[in-house]
Structures are given as structure tokens and as C-alpha cells.
Design a protein around this ligand. Structure first.
Ligand SMILES: NC(=O)c1ccc[n+]([C@@H]2O[C@H](COP(=O)([O-])OP(=O)(O)OC[C@H]3O[C@@H](n4cnc5c(N)ncnc54)[C@H](OP(=O)(O)O)[C@@H]3O)[C@@H](O)[C@H]2O)c1
Length: 325
């Protein structure tokens, strides 16, 4: 009888419900879920602040790690630990805010050794996406010798992993944040320089003094415009998020006058081989990098309040969900 966080087109929009196994979707692999995690997209779905859920009723949660309880797919056996992120889970298909859930085997990747379930969800879509952004920048030829690199939305789930991953590769990371009280933590993660979020966008020109070799942008809108306008010749910026808005008030100037590249990152539909490659690379990260992520672990009941705090910009680091709490 799995407990789930069910989202309904109703008031309240999110509530705990207890289901029968027969109520779960008729998909190939049943997982006993160890952990999920709270992403910005989940927070928008739970609060209804963004149009994320495509069909109601919906079990939220775009990420999960769990142990296979039953499988009718030859690729996965009972007892195996697997990760699911993306593919519309928690949006179109029932997701990880549940004690037990069924998934399409095509959405899964084996949880690579030595990653523990907790570590897998300390990463979640956020860490996976930060790794995809790093790989995108590396493939575009960006190296630490090109100069400092910016991470915006620094204290967020993607931001704090992006700082650690880039710093580990030797980049000098400049972190843009709206939370000056988190300065010391951001430095511990590997940020070399901190920039106030409001100063960063105080005056955005089409082109400004070139200061950075590139960046990972989690904010969009004028923040991404400001970053593009200050990216040096042939620099690269990975566009990841829209925490500050979906618009992009810029011009073609950075692209045609400085040869700047804007690289899109979409973690949802990454095919199996590059998905596994990214997770295997994440599995090599040292334990200290997981310990450095400020983490709060909550049960399903506490999710609606935490989601509201995330939408209001009052969270930082990672929120882990233990559905058995
Ligand atoms: N492309 C993909 O596949 C993909 C994957 C994962 C996430 N995303 C997107 O990436 C973004 C970050 O995700 P996340 O999970 O890291 O979210 P998060 O944990 O909520 O972090 C977002 C961070 O952005 C900053 N921020 C929040 N509101 C802002 C505002 N109004 N203006 C400027 N900065 C603001 C805050 O950092 P500071 O206080 O430090 O500034 C906040 O911690 C989200 O938009 C998410 O939807 C995209």
C-alpha cells in the first residue's frame, strides 16, 4: 500500500494518498523508492505556480532512486538499484514522491557503483544537469586557461553542483548569488569570487566589458543577457534554467561581434548512452563533494511547505525526500 504525494487539479493541490499496487501505472519496472529530491520544477508543480503537470491526478517527483521489486524487462533484475530522472516523470507520468512506483524501463539507468542512493539523489536532476552543462562546455572547447567562468543561481541545486564540478576541473568560478549570507558556503564549494545578483543585472548593455570565458546560467532573463554581454571572444555559455524568467532580453551582438556560443542544456530527453556516461562520471566524485552540499531530508508530508519556500527563493542546497519517513 504505497503512500504518494498526489497532485490534483483541486484544493489543496497536493495531498498524501495511500494507493493499492494495482493503482500504479502498468509499466515494466516496479521500484521500491529509497529517495527522491525536490527540484525547482517539482516546486512549481506542487504549488501550481508553474504549468508543469500535464495530466491530473499526478504523483509528483521528477527524480527517484530505488531498488527493483519486479521487472518484466530483461535489462533490469529484482534487487538492482536504478535511477530515474526526466522523460516527463512527475509531469506526464507518475513520479518519485512515492514509497513505490512503476516506470518504463527505457527511462532508467543503473545506479553506478560506488554511488549510494543518498548520493544519487543529492545529485538528482540538478547534479546530472550540472554535469551535462560541464560536458557541453568541454565539448565546445572551453578550458580553465580561457579565463574565469560564471555560475548564476549559485546557491540552487544546479548552481552548487556546477560550482563544485567546474572548480574540480580547475576553472576559476565566479558565483552570482542573491544570498550574501551563503558566501562562506559558496567559497567552500569552490567559488573564487562572489557577485551580488542585483549588481550583476543593474545595467545590462548589448555588449559590455568582456570579463568571463563563459558560464552556466540557471536564471535566464536579464541575468543571462548580462552574462552574454560580458563574455569574452569565442566564449561559451550553457543555458540551463529560468529561475529569474523565461525571457532573454539581449541582442545578436555577443554572437556576431564576439563569436559567443549559447549552448542549450536539456536533461529530460538525454539518450541512454550519454545519460549513463554522465552518471558514471558523477559516480567518481569524491565523498567530500557530497558532504559539502548543505542538505535537508524531509518526508512526503513536509513537501508542500518546502515547495512553497523553494518557489519563494528561500531554499538553498538540496532537499532530499525520504518517502518512508
Ligand atoms: N535544462 C534542464 O534540463 C534543467 C534541469 C534542472 C533544472 N533546470 C532549471 O534550472 C534552474 C535552477 O534549477 P535548481 O533546481 O537549481 O533550482 P533552485 O534550487 O530553486 O535554484 C535556483 C536558484 O536561482 C536563484 N534564483 C531564484 N529566484 C531567482 C530570481 N527571481 N532571480 C534571480 N535568481 C533567482 C537562487 O540562487 P541565488 O539566491 O544563489 O541567486 C536559487 O537558489 C530552474 O529554472 C530549473 O527549472 C533546468
Amino acid at each position: 500500500m504505497p503512500r504518494v504525494l498526489m497532485l490534483r487539479d483541486d484544493t489543496p493541490p497536493a495531498r498524501i494518498e495511500t494507493l493499492d499496487d494495482n493503482d500504479l501505472p502498468q509499466l515494466g519496472v516496479t521500484l521500491d523508492i529509497d529517495f527522491s529530491t525536490l527540484n525547482y520544477k517539482d516546486a512549481l508543480a506542487i504549488t501550481g505556480a508553474g504549468k508543469i503537470v500535464r495530466n491530473f491526478p499526478m504523483v509528483g517527483g521528477i527524480d527517484a532512486v530505488g531498488t527493483v521489486a519486479h521487472s518484466n524487462d530483461a535489462r533490469y533484475a529484482s534487487g538492482q538499484r536504478v535511477i530515474v530522472t526526466g522523460w516527463g516523470v512527475g509531469e506526464r507520468y507518475w513520479g518519485g514522491f512515492a514509497e513505490r512506483q512503476r516506470f518504463d524501463p527505457d527511462w532508467l539507468v543503473p545506479c553506478p557503483d560506488p554511488l549510494s542512493p543518498r548520493q544519487a539523489m543529492l545529485l538528482g536532476t540538478a547534479g546530472f544537469t550540472a554535469m551535462l552543462a560541464l560536458i557541453r562546455l568541454e565539448k565546445a572547447g572551453l578550458t580553465p586557461s580561457a579565463g574565469p567562468i560564471v555560475v548564476t543561481g549559485a546557491t540552487g541545486g544546479v548552481g552548487c553542483w556546477a560550482i563544485q564540478l567546474l572548480a574540480q576541473q580547475g576553472f576559476e568560478v565566479h558565483a552570482v548569488t542573491g544570498k550574501p549570507d551563503k558566501a562562506q558556503w559558496l567559497k567552500t564549494l569552490g567559488a573564487h569570487t562572489l557577485i551580488d545578483r542585483h549588481e550583476f543585472i543593474a545595467k545590462v548593455r548589448a555588449l559590455d566589458k568582456a570579463q568571463w570565458a563563459g558560464g552556466v546560467d540557471n536564471v535566464g532573463s536579464s541575468t543571462l543577457a548580462a552574462l552574454l554581454s560580458r563574455t569574452q571572444d569565442n566564449g561559451c555559455v550553457a543555458a540551463v534554467g529560468l529561475a529569474g524568467g523565461m525571457d532573454l532580453p539581449t541582442s545578436v551582438a555577443p554572437f556576431i561581434l564576439r563569436g559567443v556560443s549559447l549552448l542549450g542544456v536539456n536533461s529530460v530527453t538525454v539518450p541512454y548512452a550519454p545519460r549513463l556516461e554522465a552518471w558514471e562520471r558523477l559516480a567518481t566524485l569524491p565523498e567530500a563533494m557530497f558532504e559539502a552540499i548543505e542538505t535537508e531530508t524531509i518526508g512526503l508530508d513536509a513537501l508542500p511547505d518546502k515547495a512553497r519556500a523553494m518557489v519563494d527563493g528561500k531554499t538553498h542546497g538540496k532537499v532530499l525526500i525520504d518517502p518512508h519517513r
